[in-house]
Each structure stands twice: as C-alpha cells, then as structure tokens.
Design a protein around this ligand. Structure first.
Ligand code: HSE
Length: 308
C-alpha cells in the first residue's frame, strides 16, 4: 500500500511553482499483479470507507489509473495491474486531492516493477494523472506530495524540480471549510494580464520568502508570505476568508492565504502556536455557519512512501 500526502499549492507566493506537503492526511493506493494485461481499478473508496459514489473506476477516467498506466506502459512487463484507491483527501478541497491519488498510484505501481525507478522519476507519470483532473500542467501539488517538504517546480524548469529548505520549527495550519472549488473552473476565470507593479511586488515577496526559508528568518517569512495577484481574485469564493485570515493573524500566524485554488486556507506559523492558530481559524469559519476541519503539519512533512 502506498501513501501520498495532501499538499498546499502555490504557498501564496509562487502560483503554480511552489508546493508544500502536509503530514497525516493523504490518499492510499494498493496495487497487485493480475494476468490480464493493462491497468484496471477494483474500487475507489471515499472518505467514509464506502465505494465512492461518483469517482470513476474506468481506468481512462481516473487520475490514479491514468498515472499508473503511464508508468506501467513504459516500464511494465506486459502483464496486468489492478489498483484500489482509498481517498483520504476531500475532493475539490484545495488540498491536492487528485495529485495525492496520482502520486500514490505511481508509488504503488513502482514498487511492483522489477527494478523500481528512483522516486524523482515518478513525477512526470503522476503529473499525467493530475493533468487529467485539473485540466492543466502544474506540479505544485504533485511534486511536494511525491517528494515531501517544500518543492519549487516552475513550469519553465520542468522537468527539473528543486527541494527547498524550510525553517526549523516551522508549521502549517490548514483549514478545510465544507465547500468545494473546482480548480479547472477557478483557473479559467483568472485574469490573463497583470501590471508591472503587481509583477514587481510578487517577485519581491517570492524571492524574500525563499530567502527567509533558507535562512530561517521568521520575521522575513512573515513579511513575505503574500499573494497580491491570485488571492484577490479567488478569495470571494470562500465567504469566511477575511474572518479566518484575521483570526489566524491575531492568534500568531506569520502569514495566511488560500491553499491552491481553495476553499482550504493555510497559515504558516512557529510550531508552538500552530494548534492555537488552527483552533482560531476553525472558530472563525464556524461563526459563518460553515463546518470545517483543520490539520497541523510540520513544514518538513514526509513525501509519498510504501506503508506496508
Ligand atoms: N496552482 C494551482 C492553482 C493549484 O492554484 O490553480 C491547484 O491546487
């Protein structure tokens, strides 16, 4: 059984090029050999442990099997593979749900190869699955889910990705409100042109944030964890966004934004205040009558791995 963690796309500063793995929440995929050639899906289980009501078990229409097939077609021995998918990441949550399925599938199938590939080599296969679900080629969920921690994966460097240092004692607190945002749809509505002023600001924040992570400069991290380009266009899809942000900042968060395309939101903070930040965010969200669940994770969360 392979486990692949949920992840925070964009990490506020790096749209489509920066991602952070989350510990303790993810998808699992079991893969086994079958005589019949090709890749098939046995069952996709939902968060409640029951067969998922609408995720497809057609191998051409499921993120996990598309990723598994891409890998098996290149390296399989001509036999067959059957996979079972156990969802742990809610759909359309902004927590990298499709990426987690795709990554777990590649890691599970890789373990069945005569000579398994190094983990970095699975990226492009997992991305094939993620692309099917999100309708675009961005690796900021797949890369951290596969490799763990914080990963820099700009499309211009693809297929090269860079694992980045994270400050010691840094944590992420994430809140998932019971809402759904379709990433493909959300991407379609983004503006296509931006001003020089926006570009300069965001570049400054991005560079400063990376420098802050590398040097462990918490103060600089707090000053730079900002998204002046994408967040303002997406925040209105989450009615409690401003209140949750204020609650996070008041309870000690260094910075706050949407996770991926939302509706999940995250704060980065020093680990000793992370639980407090998560509780404050939950309270603010619930005050809008929106149910929610929060997660706290080290910024150095492990990536995908075989569990048993
Ligand atoms: N970078 C992607 C986006 C992540 O923001 O659309 C989606 O999870």
């Amino acid at each position: 059984m392979a486990f692949a963690p949920a992840s925070i796309g964009n990490v506020a500063v790096g749209f489509d090029m920066l991602g952070l793995a989350l510990e303790g929440v993810g998808d699992r995929v079991k893969a086994r050999r079958r005589e019949k050639p090709g890749v098939t899906i046995d069952t996709v289980y939902g968060l409640d442990g029951k067969p998922h009501p609408y995720l497809s078990t057609d191998p051409n229409h499921n993120t996990a099997s598309i990723a598994a097939k891409a890998l098996w077609n290149d390296y399989g021995d001509g036999g067959g593979i059957e996979i079972s998918v156990y969802k742990g990441v809610p759909l359309q949550s902004g927590m990298g749900s499709s990426a987690a399925s795709a990554v777990a599938a590649t890691v599970a199938v890789n373990a069945l190869l005569g000579t398994p590939l190094p983990i970095e080599a699975l990226l492009s296969y997992a991305l094939a699955g993620e692309q099917y679900a999100s309708g675009s080629l961005h690796a900021d969920n797949v890369a951290p889910s596969l490799l763990g921690g914080m990963v820099f994966c700009p499309p211009v460097l693809w297929p090269e990705v860079v694992r980045l240092p994270v400050p010691k004692g840094g944590s992420a607190a994430l809140i998932h409100p019971e809402l759904q945002v379709n990433t493909a749809q959300s991407r379609r509505t983004l503006a296509k042109a931006y001003s020089m002023e926006q570009w300069l600001s965001q570049q400054g924040y991005f560079g400063g944030f990376i420098a802050a992570c590398a040097s462990g400069d918490i103060e600089l991290l707090g000053k730079t964890l900002k998204d002046v380009i994408i967040e303002p266009q997406r925040a209105s899809a989450v009615p409690c966004f401003a209140a949750v942000k204020e609650a996070a900042e008041k309870s000690g968060a260094l910075g706050f934004s949407l996770s991926g395309s939302g509706p999940s939101m995250f704060a980065l903070c020093e680990s000793n205040v992370a639980a407090r930040v998560a509780i404050a965010m939950e309270q603010a969200c619930r005050s809008f009558g929106i149910d929610c669940q929060s997660y706290v994770s080290s910024m150095a969360a492990p990536g995908a791995h075989i569990q048993e």
